[in-house]
Design a protein around this ligand. Structure first.
Ligand code: EPU
Length: 419
């Protein structure tokens, strides 16, 4: 198991190239199961979560070839049961449910277990599948879906914490091959949902309204092969934006879609940092006198929950009192106790974090607990005195391509140590 040593206090400057989006690539790769014909997906990031998804596709019977950032999948004949051993490693494995149900009218996938960021139910996915005419049972730890025919219908997929991203993806994928028209109200509007819809439309699906709260899908008989390039990862970009704000003289993020980062950019600007956007780049400049913030995580286009931990790391050293409210995953504060061990002054009150900015953080051995919490600890290490040892680095490798190399190229001093 690798660990990362962050030597704090080094200024960052220069350009960083943002990778393809993990959360777009995962459902898009799953969607290739909807056709017998080959699909070619480019700008796929090199991450352990992507490797798990490719293993699942192979296990299901697809032939998978990967050359650098391009993946070719040909799913001529597939099985409808995904193996527990691989599925359990990644919650996003549930996004093969929709394609399997759409194509095979049957899917057996291990039910995702608990997760450190909070309860991760799939009741809304099931609600959508049942609205399409599927029956579902949970047996021996698996979700089993089956249908004689899938029929388009109207449904609302909004839950108590808002819309569901993978639930919207899953139902949208299954509905492409249903008879008739499906209308998803309360749909997630994240850019990753739009990217998936664009790919499905290239495959011959008839989807309208992706990116709004109402998506309409007119079922088709079959889908064909297609090529697609995955959108840039807005959360990876946001993470480097925060790093640049913290430690940057000037850091430029390249190959991004600034419009996908609008809410993050607004908050970073509100904190006093200078952020400049161009067609496919964002430049951030450090500031000696940042201001505290109030922010609430919300579904897109609101401030993303996947950037909450990183902002928390930034605000730890912003003098004044900042308040963060987490409304999507109310318990997603695993980073807080580790940041406190580095000297941060944070108190939690339910789903709210109250952060009193401190003058300095000091390096310490810390434990990564989930992907974004781990990124926050690396960011905290950049601005801490001495060395921060981030253990359980496999969490970071799930979602950040070569984070140590990218930060070092900007001037950080990070070592990866094999333990
Ligand atoms: N929810 C339900 N029932 C469901 C599904 C979700 O109550 O059936 C609740 C969740 O518990 C949560 C809220 O709805 O309170 C939103 O969850 P959502 O379903 O949107 O999350 P997800 O689709 O499982 C994706 C990303 C997450 C990201 C969330 C929210 C992928 C692979 N994962 O998860 O990304 O935090 O949307 O934007 O796309 C990450 O990349 O670190 C990560 C966790």
């Amino acid at each position: 198991m690798d660990k990362i040593l962050v030597h704090g206090g080094h200024k960052l400057s220069g350009n960083v190239r943002i990778s393809g989006s993990k959360n777009s690539a995962l459902p898009i790769l799953a969607a290739t199961l909807l056709t017998k014909e080959p699909c070619v997906i480019s700008n796929v990031p090199d991450l352990s979560d992507i490797h798990f998804m490719l293993q699942i596709l192979s296990h299901l019977g697809a032939s998978v070839e990967r050359a650098s950032g391009t993946v070719r999948v040909e799913a001529v004949k597939i099985k409808s049961e995904a193996p527990y051993d691989i599925v359990r490693k990644m919650r996003a494995s549930v996004c093969v449910l929709g394609p399997l149900l759409g194509r095979k009218k049957k899917a057996i996938v291990s039910l995702p277990g608990g997760c450190v960021i909070g309860d991760r139910p799939i009741d809304l996915h099931i609600r959508g599948f049942e609205a399409l005419g599927a029956t579902s049972v949970i047996e021996h730890g698996n979700v089993k879906l089956s249908a004689r025919t899938l029929r388009g219908s109207e449904m609302n997929l909004r839950g108590k914490n808002g819309p569901t991203v993978l639930g919207t993806d899953n139902v949208m994928m299954a509905a492409t091959l249903a008879k008739g028209v499906t209308v998803i109200e309360g749909a997630a509007a994240e850019p990753e949902v739009v990217d998936l819809a664009n790919f499905l439309n290239k495959m011959g699906a008839k989807i309208e309204g992706a990116g709004t709260r109402r998506i309409t899908i007119e079922g088709v008989k079959e889908l064909h092969g297609a090529e697609h390039s995955v959108i840039p990862d807005r959360i990876e970009a946001g993470t480097y934006l925060v790093a640049g704000a913290m430690m940057g003289t000037e850091v430029k993020l390249q190959r991004v879609k600034p419009e996908h980062l609008a809410s993050v950019i607004t908050h970073v600007r509100e904190s006093g940092y200078e952020v400049e956007t161009a067609a496919s780049s964002v430049t951030v400049r450090g500031n000696g006198n940042p201001k505290p913030l109030r922010l609430t995580t919300e579904p897109y286009p609101g401030f993303p929950t996947d950037m909450q931990a990183q902002m928390c790391a930034l605000l730890c050293r912003t003098i004044g009192i900042s308040v963060i409210s987490e409304t999507i995953f109310p318990q997603r504060y695993m980073h807080v106790s580790e940041l406190k061990r580095m000297g941060a002054d944070i108190s939690l009150d339910g789903h709210t974090a109250i952060i009193k900015g401190v003058k300095k953080l000091s390096g310490a051995p810390v434990m990564a607990s989930d992907l974004r919490a781990s990124a926050a600890l690396v960011l905290a290490g950049l601005q801490a005195d001495g060395v921060t040892e981030v253990n359980r680095v496999y969490h970071i490798d799930r979602g950040y391509e070569s984070i140590d190399e990218k930060l070092n190229a900007l001037g950080a001093r990070i070592e990866r140590v094999k333990v």
